[in-house]
Ligand binder design. Structure first.
Ligand SMILES: Nc1ncnc2c1ncn2[C@@H]1O[C@H](COP(=O)(O)OP(=O)(O)OP(=O)(O)O)[C@@H](O)[C@H]1O
Length: 309
């Protein structure tokens, strides 16, 4: 897991990261989101031990990065946004080179290379030259390289930039698979909408500070406050209005089309479940009932607007 507490990083005249705390557990994919200059790269570089923090605690899979940097480096791997690649090597040769640099014995290397290629779905390009790969395939080859030492913790900088929609779906599936293997993944990105699909949690930074963090749903609830319930009924519209208006969590009801109603709702999940039970109990035939999901894009704008702390 990644455990960061009170991290501060100063450059000469700039405090790039202020007292940042972050917790990402095994099996979690956390999106580190923020506008240009928010401090994401600086935070990632400090977590990786590439920059000496002014102060703060950094633990990776239980290893203290500041006290045992060599051991911490063994559990973490990093994929930068524009990694250098060796165009004149075949894909397997490129990976074999890195397996060698991690001191993986020669006999074990083919198995390790194949496992990494298989994880990212690039086995069929194993014997192709790196130069012939598309941008998305290069990203996958780089991710395969990052997975060579079988790291417990993965830090990915903008992994989906320049990747087409098909490639992003692949990346999503790869990340899900890594999470299901218990890896801890921290991704920085500007592509907010996609992060909702990739991530189980988000950490939103602005001007060096963590503005809000937690599971996507918890952050959404915290930032957006009242949600909107979308209720579709087969019949019983008048009864629906009566029941909704009597519910203390609801502040109004609006018919958006023949059968669908939107209800601004302040209640929690328990209260919403109670409202659903009341509707059904009053004879309203409910076809669907749920909260409208806001994308991270909207969340991000609201965080910026509200300056939560
Ligand atoms: N080497 C450096 N020396 C001095 N200041 C720096 C240095 N690197 C970054 N900064 C400053 O630190 C702050 C955070 O920068 P950082 O690159 O960490 O942000 P970021 O969120 O990764 O931005 P981007 O999304 O544009 O990559 C910015 O104000 C930046 O100007």
């Amino acid at each position: 897991m990644i455990h960061v507490k009170d991290l501060r990083v100063d450059y000469d005249t700039v405090c790039a990261v202020h007292d940042l705390s972050l917790e990402v557990g095994p099996g979690e994919v956390c999106g580190l989101i923020g506008p240009n200059g928010a401090g994401k790269t600086t935070a990632m570089r400090a977590i990786l031990g590439l920059i000496e923090p002014t102060y703060g605690q950094i633990d990776l899979a239980g290893v203290d990065m500041r006290e045992r940097p060599r051991d911490a480096c063994k559990v973490v791997a990093f994929m930068p946004d524009f990694p250098p690649m060796y165009d004149d090597l075949k894909v397997w040769e490129f990976l074999d080179l890195f397996a060698n640099s991690y001191f993986i014995p020669r006999k074990e290397r083919p198995g390790v290379v194949d496992r990494s290629l298989e994880l990212v779905g690039l086995m069929e390009k194993k014997d192709e030259f790196v130069a012939t790969l598309s941008r998305g395939m290069r990203q996958r080859a780089m991710l395969a390289k990052t997975l060579i030492p079988d790291p417990k913790v993965l830090l990915l900088d903008e992994p989906s930039s320049g990747v087409d929609p098909r490639g992003r779906i692949d990346l999503k599936n790869i990340l899900r698979r890594l999470a299901s293997e218990g890896k801890t993944v921290l991704i920085s990105s500007h592509i907010l909408a996609e992060m909702t699909e990739f991530c189980t949690s988000v950490a939103i930074m602005e001007r060096g500070r963590m503005v809000v963090s937690g599971t996507v749903d918890a952050v959404r609830d915290r930032v957006l406050g009242a949600g909107v319930l979308v209720i579709e009924v087969l019949d019983g519209a008048d009864e629906l209005r009566r029941v909704v208006e009597a519910d203390p969590g609801a502040s109004g009801v609006e018919r958006v089309n023949g059968r669908t109603f939107e209800v601004p709702y302040h209640g929690d999940a328990e209260q919403a479940a109670g409202l659903l039970a009341s509707l059904v109990g009053s004879g309203v035939r409910v076809a669907s009932f749920g909260r409208r999901k806001e994308g991270l894009e909207e969340l991000f704008l609201k965080v910026g607007a509200k300056e939560l702390s």
